[in-house]
Structure formats: structure tokens, C-alpha cells
Write a protein that binds this ligand. Structure first.
Ligand code: ATP
Ligand code: MG
Length: 609
């Protein structure tokens, strides 16, 4: 391809809309253009990158025996109603774009394809003899993200590879899950990415085990917690750890475990309370009031007790609340703080916010207009493990010192609701500490089990002749996010440094001065020779100054550059490696074979990685 024909428009300055390096560079180098919030045009250069990534994905998945298919993006609401996900995906913080057709039938634009594929599998897969099957597609997905940002990282329309496997039993599902894990590692390494596998929360997709693949990068939205020995790594949403030991409360339980009242004027914040009275935050129990909203309209107040030095993990809380309420009230739509204003709107008497203890009675909810009249009471295990503690007295400007569970109020159900933190000790080895790093989630694999097949009645006849629901796995890769993640990991001050395997072109031939006949002639000749040798080559044949063309070549990030300049008359060119900046003078007659050797080495290196 000739740069003069590429409609290349590069930008000298960082566009105001971009915050992170990869987003800035993709815009500046003419790979993408923003069309609307979270909506991007993939320009021809990026489309080549996406095609190369897709080709690697196809090769590796085909090698596992998976079959490529293409499913509709317009999906009838009825399928999602049967799986029970329609309300959760369309109401509240739901991310599915949905619409009505001319007959008034509701449809959704596919954010994911479990429903469609499970219905098909139920139709087509009748006997254990047909199993296992693994189907995948590479396709545009639609998600009305709450905060689209960072360009292709979190788009509202993006390209995903999604695969779904079907099995006669769990052991077979686990085998395919392991094979996909291996295929994913090969895909990311072949794309030139440093990616790590971490334990993950299964989120709205559901199911049991799940693992994410994270490209490590400062700009990543996810926090990874990992042990130094490499034996444990998890997304913070999911991570577990040993909490720090609590400092015992001097004097222990008081007033038979009811605790003594202590005047604490305006000391509603834990730090203020602790510094005023010499308490350690781990000697306190803090109480959070929240409100969970469900599909059936139910609004359930939550009273969550945590040890004062711990933070709530909202994902763990949402999972715990769903597990307890969803059978009766349907999908959990969202959980938000229960505020004084909301309580007043409900017609409740004032609640002593900032001075609440775990013994706050359900009586405070009496008269609520639309909320359930009872708290769902949950506690983190660090709070229930305290023998005596300091907590709010449920009256303004007062705390209780030396309260204990049982006497004060029954201990709530004890769960893991705390956010693991960097520096925490690890479960598998308390000598190990969790270390934090940031990651971009490029892939996610799940063992779904029979959640969707049971809901959509996708059954098969097993060897014993009985009908049972299919076992399922599902496996995603964010193809367009991956392209940008590669830039996030591979760039420098001058621009992008694409890994060769996914670069739009492998080499750019830059003719320094197209007005110079020997340069033009040699440049064209090399361009033709590279093409004939099957190398993806770009020819910068523009009448621009050489400096401009070199700057653009750096910005575009083509891995190899051949400069045809003054040496052309003597049959000399310069070969430059973009990432390392290494340059060497090479006789034009040898540059093809040298380049081929470099490309060969790069391929071999990646395949053995
Ligand atoms: P996230 O937690 O980042 O919102 P997710 O867990 O909802 O992602 P999955 O349902 O697991 O995403 O989708 C599979 C893959 O698709 C993700 O691993 C990610 O790489 C990619 N992906 C998800 N949402 C987006 C998006 N809005 N824009 C670009 N890629 C996305
Ligand atoms: Mg995910």
C-alpha cells in the first residue's frame, strides 16, 4: 500500500478527548476516529490490525477443534425473558440496547450470546453422541456502558470473539475450559502481549469458576492482587486474603456486653472517633445502610457490619444479596447507599447516621412506603470475630464501648464481604503478601455449568437414555480492546511500536526525497520486491519533507523501516527497527534477505514463548 493513497491524517497534538497513551496514539496516528460516545470508526490501518488479531484467534481456536459461526445481533426479548436476564440487562444499570419493532415486539442488540446459542444448542444437540461441541464467532457487540471511555477500551460497540461449549458432563467441560485457557495464553503471547491469568468474579454472566486474562498496564481499569510467589492472582473484585489481626479492646466487654455509652460529639467518622479516644479502627464495628432493588420491584434495605479498618467489596456484597433474595425477587438490579434524604422520602423517622450500631432495630423501617420493613443483616467475618468492640449507640453523638455479639444483638450471618488490599497476607501462605498491579481485561473464560441450559430447557439424552441439561462453558476475547491494549503496552514518546504479528504492515519503505530519481526508483523497486516476497509493506511515496515522513513512521509504529535516501545512488539503504531504534546501513541488494531473517526470528520467538 502507498501512504499517498491511505487517506492518512496524523495529528501533531494530543486530542483533548483522550486521556491514556494508547487512545491518544490511535487517534493521532489515524487508526480510529470517534463517531459518538463510545462509538468509533476503525480506519483501514486499524482494520488490518483487527484482521491480524482475528486470524491468530481463528488459528488457535480452530486448532482446539472449535467451529466458527455467526449469530444474529438482533435478539428477541423472549429468549432473554426465558433465561431470566431481560430485566437485569434492560432496567436499572442494565447495559443492553433494546428496541421495539414495527409489530411492537421487543428486541435487544446482543451484548453477549448465551441465550441465542443455548436455544440453538437445545434444538440441534439431542444426544451425548454429538458432544462436546465448541462454537465461536467474531462479531460486533453492543453494550450501553455506564461510562464509555478510553477509546476502544470501553466502547458501546466493540468487537468480541465469543465461544460457547456444550458437554455431556462436568469433567468434559473442565477439559475444554483447560484447553481454552491454553489457547488463550498462546493467542495473547502470539499477539505480543504480556498477559496474566487471574481468578475472576463471574458477574452477570453467572456460573462457577471463571478466569480473566489481564494485560498488565498502568492505565488498566482493573486492580490485580497477586502473591509474590506467583501462586495466587485475582481481580480485586474476587480476591480473598487474611485480614490483619484486630487489636484487642482494653477492658473487653462492658455492661454485660451491652457496652458503656461514650459521648462522641460530631465524631461520626471512624478516624475522628479513634483519634479522639485512642481506639484502633480494628476495635470498632461500622454499619453501612444500603438499598437493594430487584426485578420484581422489591426494595430491600441492607444493614452491613464491617470491622472499622476494613472496606466493603461491593461485588461480594451483590453476590451475597443475590444468593439470598433472587429466588424470590428476581434479578438484583442495583445496590446503592441508603441516604437520609431517601429515608425521609419514605416517611421514616430520622435514622442516626454516623452513630449506628449493628443493633439498629427493624423498627426504624416502620411506615416505609415501598421498602421491605426488615433489614437483611449481613456482616463480614472480621466483624463477627470481634469479642468486644466499639460501635455506634444508635443515638446521635454517642457510641458504645465494650459491646459484644449476643448481648448487644445476635451476630448477623458471617461472610467474606471485605475488599482484599495490597499488603494483606495470603491464604495459601501467610508469609506471602498481596501486591497490586493494574490490568486491562482482554479475555474471560467461564464454566457456566447448567444455568442457561436449565433455564432454556436445552437438554440432551445421556448414555443412560435420560434427558438432562447440557453442561456449558463460555469464553470471550475483546478483540478491539486487545488492539488498543497492545498499544498501551508497546509505545514510546514518539509513537506506537506494534508487535510485528499484529502490526498493520511489517515494514515501511520511506523514500526520503521523491524528487530524487535514484531514490524514487530504488524505493519503488524495493516495494515491489517486498510485495513479491509476501511481506506486508507500506511505501511512503509522499512529497513531504523527509523529517515529516520519519515522524509519521514512528507514530504509526510499523516494526521495520527501510529508508531510501542519499545512499540510493550507491545502492545503500538504512534498516531501522522501530521498537529498539537500532539502525544499520545495508546494501539494497541484501535488505530483503536481512528483513526476512528478522521477521523469521520474530515469528519463531513468539511461537516458542
Ligand atoms: P468489563 O469488566 O471490562 O466491563 P466484562 O467482564 O463485562 O468486561 P465480558 O462479558 O467478560 O466483559 O466480555 C468479554 C470480553 O470483551 C472482555 O474480557 C473484554 O475484553 C471485552 N469487553 C467487554 N466490554 C467491553 C467494552 N465495553 N468495550 C470493549 N471491549 C469490551
Ligand atoms: Mg469479564
Amino acid at each position: 500500500m502507498r501512504v499517498s493513497r491511505l487517506m492518512l491524517v496524523t495529528l501533531r497534538d494530543d486530542p483533548a478527548e483522550a486521556e491514556i497513551p494508547s487512545h491518544k496514539l490511535l487517534l493521532r496516528a489515524g487508526y480510529i476516529r470517534r463517531v459518538g460516545s463510545g462509538i468509533y470508526a476503525y480506519l483501514p490501518l486499524l482494520w488490518r490490525v483487527l484482521q491480524k488479531i482475528s486470524a491468530i484467534v481463528r488459528e488457535e481456536l480452530n486448532a482446539t477443534g472449535a467451529l466458527e459461526t455467526l449469530l444474529p445481533q438482533l435478539q428477541p426479548a423472549e429468549l432473554w425473558q426465558r433465561s431470566g436476564r431481560w430485566a437485569g440487562y434492560t432496567a436499572g444499570e442494565g447495559i443492553m440496547f433494546h428496541l421495539e419493532d414495527r409489530q411492537g415486539r421487543e428486541l435487544g442488540l446482543g451484548p453477549t450470546h448465551e441465550e441465542v446459542i443455548t436455544a440453538l444448542a437445545g434444538d440441534l444437540l439431542r444426544s451425548y453422541r454429538q458432544l462436546p461441541v465448541n462454537l465461536y464467532q467474531i462479531q460486533t457487540k453492543f453494550r450501553d456502558e455506564i461510562r464509555p471511555r478510553f477509546g476502544l477500551m470501553r466502547g458501546r460497540e466493540f468487537i468480541m470473539k465469543d465461544a460457547y461449549s456444550f458437554h455431556a458432563d462436568e469433567a468434559c467441560l473442565k477439559q475444554t475450559y483447560a484447553a481454552m485457557d491454553q489457547a488463550y495464553r498462546r493467542i495473547f503471547s502470539r499477539c505480543g502481549l504480556r498477559a496474566v491469568a487471574v481468578e475472576a468474579d463471574s458477574g452477570a454472566i453467572g456460573g462457577s469458576a471463571s478466569q480473566e486474562f489481564m494485560v498488565t498496564a498502568e492505565a488498566g481499569e482493573d486492580l490485580i492482587l497477586a502473591s509474590g510467589d506467583g501462586r495466587y492472582a485475582a481481580n480485586q473484585e474476587r480476591a480473598v486474603s487474611l485480614p490483619a489481626d484486630a487489636a484487642p479492646l482494653p477492658g473487653g466487654a462492658r455492661a454485660g456486653g451491652h457496652g458503656d455509652d461514650l459521648a462522641t460529639p460530631a465524631q461520626s467518622a471512624i478516624e475522628v472517633l479513634c483519634s479522639a479516644h485512642g481506639f484502633d479502627p480494628s476495635q470498632t464495628v461500622k454499619v453501612l445502610l444500603l438499598l437493594a432493588r430487584f426485578e420484581d420491584g422489591c426494595q430491600q434495605p441492607l444493614l452491613v457490619s464491617l470491622r472499622g479498618d476494613q472496606q466493603l467489596n461491593e461485588v461480594k456484597l451483590a453476590n451475597a444479596v443475590s444468593a439470598r433474595c433472587s429466588a424470590e425477587h428476581g434479578t438484583l438490579l442495583d445496590i446503592s447507599p441508603l441516604t437520609a434524604e431517601a429515608a425521609a422520602k419514605e416517611g421514616l423517622a430520622p435514622i442516626p447516621f454516623g452513630f449506628m450500631g449493628p443493633h439498629l432495630e427493624d423498627a426504624v423501617l416502620v411506615g416505609a412506603r415501598s421498602w421491605q420493613p426488615r433489614f437483611l443483616r449481613l456482616a463480614d467475618a472480621t466483624a463477627t470475630a470481634l469479642e468486644s468492640f466499639v460501635c455506634g449507640a444508635n443515638s446521635l453523638d454517642t457510641h458504645r464501648v465494650g459491646a459484644s455479639w449476643g448481648a448487644l444483638c445476635p451476630a448477623p450471618e458471617s461472610l467474606d464481604l471485605r475488599a482484599a488490599q495490597p499488603g494483606d497476607r495470603c491464604w495459601h501462605d501467610p508469609e506471602q503478601q498481596l501486591q497490586a498491579s493494574r490490568g486491562i481485561e482482554v479475555g474471560h473464560i467461564f464454566q457456566l455449568g447448567r444455568k442457561y441450559s436449565a433455564a432454556l430447557e436445552a437438554t440432551f439424552t445421556n448414555e443412560a437414555g435420560q434427558e438432562e441439561p447440557l453442561w456449558m462453558g463460555c469464553y470471550g476475547i475483546g478483540v478491539s480492546r486487545l488492539a488498543q491494549a497492545a498499544v498501551e503496552q508497546h509505545h514510546d514518546a514518539n509513537g506506537i511500536c506494534w508487535p510485528t504479528a499484529i502490526a498493520p504492515y511489517e515494514v515501511i519503505v520511506v523514500i526520503a526525497n521523491v524528487a530524487d530519481a535514484p531514490q524514487l526508483e530504488l524505493g519503488e523497486q524495493l516495494y515491489g520486491a517486498f510485495q513479491a516476497a509476501g511481506i506486508d509493506v507500506l511505501l511512503d511515496d509522499r512529497g513531504e519533507r523527509a523529517g515529516v515522513k520519519f515522524k509519521d513512521a514512528d507514530l504509526l509504529g510499523i516494526p521495520w523501516r527501510v529508508v531510501v535516501g542519499r545512499g540510493a545512488a550507491d545502492g545503500q539503504v538504512e534498516l531501522v527497527q522501530r521498537a529498539s531504534g537500532e539502525r544499520s546501513d545495508v546494501p539494497a541488494a541484501e535488505v530483503l534477505s536481512q528483513l526476512q531473517a528478522h521477521l523469521e526470528r520474530e515469528r519463531a520467538g513468539l511461537l516458542s514463548a
